[in-house]
Design a protein around this ligand. Structure first.
Ligand code: ADP
Ligand code: ZN
Length: 435
């Protein structure tokens, strides 16, 4: 049997900076050459007058065209495919949070590499073959199911493919099989905790030691709240179907930003208006190029996810670049009365209140030609004394703090626990009903 350290891709995980750069340059050349075999990129490269052989190192990447979500839609069903159909072993689609889905293809080698990236991520957070892992995300076309599943098996954990939803069963399985590591969306992890509290149970009694939480943006405040409720360590997990799925970036034990696996993804951060790189450390749109995918390489994919590079070295010693927690997607940004607002700004304020629950919904309407924002939030079961006075004080406080954060007054609706729809996968935080 091979050394477990090799099995989880240690040779890539601990590459030095120079080694990584050299590896990336060679992998980029290979990726571009491979991409050119697809009808889509062969046409695009010809149109843009790109000589594939002139791409020598990573500094040449900026000469290549961007790929957008629309380009992927145009290439539907399979004009970005670079191999014979019989070499494909798997396809996925994006979950379609925004519009029509896009199809992504994998060879056996692609699926293996993806599992290795995911195993490496989970191991970095402290998971070992001795752990029992419950995957609480949806299976099927959504990559959070099989992506985590293959990675956890590759690491050698005992895997429970619970899938999304059915909260009572999730809790039962965690208890009866002594689950130590879970994967869920942060909103669903919050829902499970709140359900337990409502039933007079303590989430800490589950003894979960580690959680991989991702697939949607969330704040540091929500992470802290969840860690506090469960007593586990929560690791931010980032990925997108276009780049395989989860396993693109994950946190190390220092929990101070997500290391992007740079042996597999070339990272750029651009200004979405000018399309020029931002200065190191500035917030911009993340652009990724696959470096180790065969069936469907994607060049300079505009993720629309907003983040910044953390330039300082990480104390863990890994040289893979870190990204700060995602602000949201560029298309999540709400323009309310001319003010730019991200749902995460609202979340930050809510999560600071111990008497408020973790679920919330922002509704936008038009009132006398003016944008109106209503924040609906649930009271937390624990700690609340049930008095009207407390309720009113809470509402006023929240209104004032939100105004400080976003600059205008929002309506606040404080509701009974369990009033808002629970999310099993990605939470729907915004309902826009403006004219
Ligand atoms: P869709 O675009 O249909 O949601 P995916 O299921 O591939 O398709 O979701 C990927 C997207 O989910 C990312 O582009 C990002 O917007 C979001 N996402 C995933 N993980 C995180 C995370 N840890 N933090 C913030 N956003 C995330
Ligand atoms: Zn680190």
């Amino acid at each position: 049997m091979s050394d477990p350290k090799d099995r989880i891709g240690a040779k890539y995980e601990w590459m030095g900076r120079d080694e990584l750069t050299a590896f990336q340059s060679q992998a980029l050349r290979q990726s571009v050459t491979q991409a050119a075999k697809s009808p889509y990129y062969s046409r695009i490269f010809t149109q843009a007058d790109i000589d594939v052989d002139s791409i020598v190192g990573i500094e040449d990447v900026t000469r290549l065209p961007f790929t957008t979500k629309d380009d992927l839609r145009f290439s539907y069903p399979n004009t970005m495919l670079t191999v014979e159909p019989e070499q494909v072993v798997r396809m996925h689609t994006s979950s379609g949070t925004t519009g029509k889905p896009t199809a992504i293809f994998h060879t056996q080698e692609d699926v293996d590499n993806w599992a290795e990236l995911m195993a490496r991520s989970l191991a970095m957070g402290g998971a070992t073959p001795k752990d029992v892992f419950q995957n609480m995300s949806g299976y099927g076309l959504f990559t959070g199911g099989l992506g985590l599943h293959y990675g956890a098996e590759r690491l050698g954990m005992w895997v429970i493919p619970a899938g999304a939803g059915n909260t009572a069963r999730q809790i039962l399985l965690i208890r009866d099989f002594h689950v130590t590591v879970i994967h869920a969306t942060p909103s669903y992890a919050m829902h499970v905790a709140e359900r337990m509290l409502q039933e007079g149970e303590d989430p800490k009694s589950l003894n979960i030691k580690m959680a991989a939480l991702g697939a949607e943006p969330y704040t540091e405040e929500l992470r802290l709240k969840l860690q506090d409720l469960y007593g586990f360590k929560a690791f931010n997990s980032y990925g997108l179907s276009e780049m395989n799925g989860p396993g693109v970036a994950f946190e190390c034990p220092y929990q101070n930003g997500l290391h992007v696996w740079e042996d597999s993804y070339l990272v750029e951060i651009i200004n979405p208006e000018t399309l020029q790189p931002v200065a190191d450390g500035e917030v911009g749109e993340l652009v990724l190029t696959t470096l180790r995918r065969t069936a469907m390489p994607i060049i300079r994919y505009r993720t629309r996810d907003l983040t910044r590079k953390i330039t300082a070295d990480c104390p863990c010693g890994r040289k893979h670049v870190r990204l700060s927690r995602f602000v949201g997607r560029s298309d999540d940004m709400l323009i309310i009365r001319g003010v730019n607002v991200f749902p995460s700004q609202v979340e930050e304020v809510i999560m600071r209140h111990e008497w408020l629950g973790g679920n919330y919904v922002i509704t936008l309407t038009t009132k006398e030609a003016l944008d109106q924002m209503t924040v609906k939030v649930e009271i937390a079961k624990s700690g609340f004394d049930g008095s009207m006075l407390t309720l009113r004080r809470l509402r006023d406080e929240l209104q004032r703090e939100l105004k400080e954060q976003i600059g205008f007054t929002a309506e606040i609706d404080v509701l009974e626990p369990g009033s808002l729809p629970a999310s099993e996968g990605k939470a729907k935080r915004v309902i826009d009903e403006r004219d």
